[in-house]
Design a protein around this ligand. Structure first.
Ligand code: ATP
Ligand code: MG
Length: 414
């Protein structure tokens, strides 16, 4: 038997209600915050991700699903949503002046990364993301963070911590990068091999390394907040002030740098307790340089992405039940005679025409087997159409939870 590829999951009918529930709630909440849904391709030209996510990121370095299509173009399955969303906004002129700014969009996508598969770390996973294009104000940061915080409130997650930081702009990062190079240069022999290369390309990436040795060395590294310029500092101070006055709880973690190269100024993570090492459920930040990076006009912007598998994991760990979906209303069975089958078909069609959910016999089962089947499927009411029912126009409708039967006029039912 052919198995599904490692790191992918099947979402079975019995579980799909959980997904539908969170997807619906997220779409509703996004609308309340004035975000509109956007859809964009599962695959893009590889250079989009190479340029936006950045050559020194884990994603571009080792996680992308990249292949040449039959025309010889290098194609990559989207490893995240921001690059595609920004590309789509640019290509369709969303930020070119014909539409109000900021353009606030959300998406619910599958994403693909060649990961070391673990609990909460898959190769195909789902991300709900939101992006706000066109505002440089810390009020835009605060709005996005408040939206993110409200998601967890909406799902009743309490043990979730918001950590924020500023990683400054290109300018203030120059001095910081130099300081990091000097610091890590002294510890080069202790660093993992990947980080030895990171020291050259982008020493900030070392702060995000998951190897315990590098983590230990990183403990003593200089922190970015000591290096940010006046403009970035002011932005960060104002953001904290707005969050305070909005009642959004957070802590400043000067060690968050995020794994993607495009971030500037604000970065943040929501970390759930009880989910183990894969506790970061939602992460995001500002990326004021990204539009330019992929060929657009300078456009301040920011966004976040949330892993839906990790959200569901956190809800499970914290005992948050998702209400099960409504079951099927009726089972309308019949005897084997053609007129009995015909009558059942008519009733089924009439009920479905009214938008009522119905199951019927499509397997030529005996009456006993039909009732057994009806019971297994969990329908609320069941009946069998026989000669007697056709003659009298009345059916015996069985309430499958109580076992009670009542006589109902067929006309009444349909
Ligand atoms: P990590 O540090 O855990 O590798 P990341 O920094 O690579 O995360 P982002 O690129 O910021 O993650 O993605 C945003 C969110 O998407 C993460 O916080 C997480 O919830 C989810 N996510 C990322 N990678 C995976 C994956 N391989 N499997 C499941 N969820 C993921
Ligand atoms: Mg990662």
């Amino acid at each position: 038997m052919i198995q599904r590829p490692k790191g992918t999951e099947d979402i079975l009918p019995a579980d799909v209600y959980k997904w539908q529930y969170i997807e619906k709630a997220l779409a509703e909440l996004a609308a309340v915050y004035g975000f509109n849904e956007m859809r964009f391709p599962v695959f893009e030209y590889t250079e989009l991700f190479a340029r936006s996510v950045g050559e020194s990121s884990d994603i571009v370095g080792k996680e992308m699903y990249t292949f040449n299509d039959r025309g010889g173009r290098s194609i990559t399955l989207r490893p995240e949503g921001t690059a595609g969303a920004v590309r789509a906004a640019l290509q369709n002129g969303l930020t070119a002046g014909n539409f109000p700014l900021p353009q606030k969009i959300w998406y619910n996508i599958t994403a693909y990364r060649y990961e070391n598969v673990q609990k909460g770390r898959l190769r195909e996973f789902h991300q709900f993301g939101a992006e706000s294009f066109g505002s440089a104000s810390p009020y835009a940061d605060a709005e996005l963070i408040s939206f993110a915080a409200e998601i967890f409130g909406r799902f009743g997650l309490e043990q979730i911590a918001l950590e924020i930081n500023s990683i400054g702009c290109k300018e203030c990062r120059k001095a910081y990068t130099a300081a990091l190079r000097e610091y890590f240069g002294k510890h080069i022999d202790t660093l993992c091999n990947t980080c030895k290369t990171r020291l050259e390309i982008n020493p900030m990436r070392i702060l995000d390394c998951k190897s315990p040795v590098c983590k230990e060395v990183a403990e003593g590294a200089p922190v970015i907040l000591d290096f940010v310029c006046d403009d970035c500092r002011e932005h960060f101070e104002k953001l904290k002030q707005i969050l305070d006055s909005s009642g959004v709880k957070y802590t400043v973690n000067p060690r968050i740098v995020r794994g993607l190269d495009y971030y500037t100024k604000t970065v943040f993570e929501f970390i759930a307790s009880g989910v183990g090492t894969q506790g970061t459920v939602l992460a995001g930040g500002r990326y004021d340089g990204l539009f330019e990076e992929i060929g657009g006009k300078p456009t301040p912007a920011l966004g976040f992405a949330m892993g839906l598998e990790r959200l569901l994991m956190a809800m499970g760990e914290q005992g948050k039940e998702i209400p099960a979906s409504q079951g099927i209303e009726y089972y309308i069975g019949s005897g084997s005679a053609p007129d009995e089958k015909q009558k059942a078909l008519e009733i089924v069609a009439a009920l479905r025409g009214k938008g009522i959910s119905v199951l019927s016999d499509v397997s030529d089962r005996s009456i006993k087997a039909q009732m057994k089947y009806a019971d297994k499927t969990g329908v609320k009411f069941a009946c069998i159409i026989g000669g007697n029912e056709i003659e009298t126009g009345k059916i015996r409708l069985k309430d499958m939870t109580t076992g009670e039967e009542k006589i109902v006029d067929i006309k009444e039912l349909v």
